[in-house]
Design a protein around this ligand. Structure first.
Ligand code: AMP
Length: 416
């Protein structure tokens, strides 16, 4: 019989590493909830039309969507990102604004797998609907930055840019389009330039890089309102002491993006995988999805990449001790059965050995488990109603009455 493997581009995350993923999510939840964002849980698949609005000519929609027809012949898609789903939910439930939500979960894109690029990957993010105050841009950018810093990441750069309002944007698109028409672009980008010149700036193709580097800057084509707004965002970041680089080539190619765009880059990862996340203001999105015009801004961060950056910066690593206690019972196994239950109900994490093995074999298992203490029950302990508590770090051992064991462990664990 042939055995199965996980599909190409997706992977299993096994314990104990999973604990790190949960810790990342809970850290993110804490940062968001302290700023008044509540969790949004939306479906993993939607009517494919929800995502089609991201732009039929974007790679995410045209080539990378996991779409399928359901049993009634409706075209569905696994979500490639969460902003469109959040906007769909906003229109469907018309919550009071400002609507501040955070989310976390897997996204699906049929991409070419490589280091840091998967077909199922995990994102955390926020969206803020119904506010267009420049300080709301600052709040959103700062929240992502502070979250990444709270993981201990230091070697990062924050890139910010503005596309301005729709007037600035279309003036720039015209100038850029003319410039690109005269340039030696890759074949694929020539086609993109005809549909949406801004999207060419997102090209990672080698042949396009020189053209992109010499492209006119969007900052030279801002209306004075748009320039003032960008200045207000920058001075808000300055007031919070968050340093950033203005990067005029940083654009979001989708038509409903206006004003602020930003990206968090890790300097400790190679350029193919160094984007930890990014976001921008999308004041045209709700309307594009059929709702009434509503301002919006948000970001999405890639957890897979964030953890890679944590590995290289040696921060937010797995804590070594996961278990409080490992029970070694070399009598008849009754003590292991009842003690593990008693300790767990008292909030002490406890595991045990199986199979009535020798003291030596069970102590080996205790050491491997990374527990803080081993509780040993041998014939002596059984006869005297006691348990030996061995500190697995210092090897010190004390004998405690079984009745007092919970209290004893609680006080010792508290002292750690
Ligand atoms: P995007 O939704 O394309 O703006 O992506 C936001 C972030 O999600 C990126 O900066 C990456 O950190 C992460 N990301 C996007 N695509 C992938 C992928 N295929 N595999 C792993 N992470 C990804």
């Amino acid at each position: 019989m042939s055995s199965f493997k996980s599909p190409r581009g997706v992977r299993d995350i096994l314990p104990p590493e999973t604990a790190r993923w949960r810790a990342l999510e809970s850290q993110f939840a804490g940062v968001c909830e302290r700023a008044g964002y509540g969790e949004l849980v939306s479906p993993m698949f939607e009517d494919a039309g929800v995502f089609a609005r991201l732009g039929e000519d974007t790679a995410v929609v045209s080539k990378e969507m996991y779409d399928f027809f359901d049993k009634k012949g409706r075209r569905m898609a696994l979500r490639p990102e969460l902003t469109a789903s959040a906007a769909r939910a906003f229109i469907e439930h018309h919550p009071e604004v400002p609507w501040k939500v955070w989310y976390s979960g897997p996204q699906f894109r049929y991409e070419q797998p490589q280091a840091g690029r998967y077909r199922q990957f995990m994102q955390v993010g926020i969206e803020l609907f119904g506010v267009d105050d420049p300080h709301s841009d600052v709040e959103v950018i700062a929240l992502g930055w502070e979250f990444l810093r709270s993981l201990g990441l230091q070697d990062m750069t924050l890139l910010v840019n503005t596309l301005g309002d729709s007037e600035s944007r279309s003036a720039y698109a015209g100038v850029l389009g003319d410039y690109l028409a005269e340039s030696e672009l890759s074949e694929a980008s020539v086609e993109t330039a005809l549909k949406n010149p801004l999207r060419v700036l997102d090209s990672k193709r080698e042949q396009d890089q020189q053209v992109i580097a010499g492209a006119p800057s969007c900052l030279d084509h801002l209306t004075s309102e748009a320039a003032d707004r960008f200045a207000a965002v920058r001075s808000g970041l300055d007031a919070l002491g968050i340093s950033y680089e203005v990067s005029p080539r940083l654009v979001r190619g989708l038509d409903y993006y206006t004003h602020t765009a930003f990206e968090y880059v890790s300097n400790s990862l190679t350029s193919a995988q160094n984007a930890l996340g990014g976001g921008g203001r999308y004041d045209g999105l709700i309307e594009a999805l059929g709702g009434t015009s509503t301002a919006g801004i948000g970001f999405a961060l890639g957890a897979d990449r964030i953890l890679l950056a944590c590995d290289t910066e040696e921060t937010f690593l797995l804590s070594e001790t996961l278990l409080d206690v490992f029970i070694v019972d070399i009598t008849d196994g009754q003590a292991a059965l009842t003690l593990s239950q008693e300790l767990r109900s008292a909030g002490i994490s406890a595991d045990r050995a199986w199979g009535s093995r020798s003291l030596k074999a069970q102590m080996k298992a205790a050491n491997r488990s990374n527990a803080r203490f081993a509780l040993i029950v041998g014939t002596d302990e059984q006869a005297s109603g006691t348990v030996s508590v061995k500190d697995l770090e210092t090897s010190q051992q004390t004998q405690i009455s079984q009745d007092a064991i919970v209290e004893h462990l609680q006080s010792r664990l508290k002292q750690l």
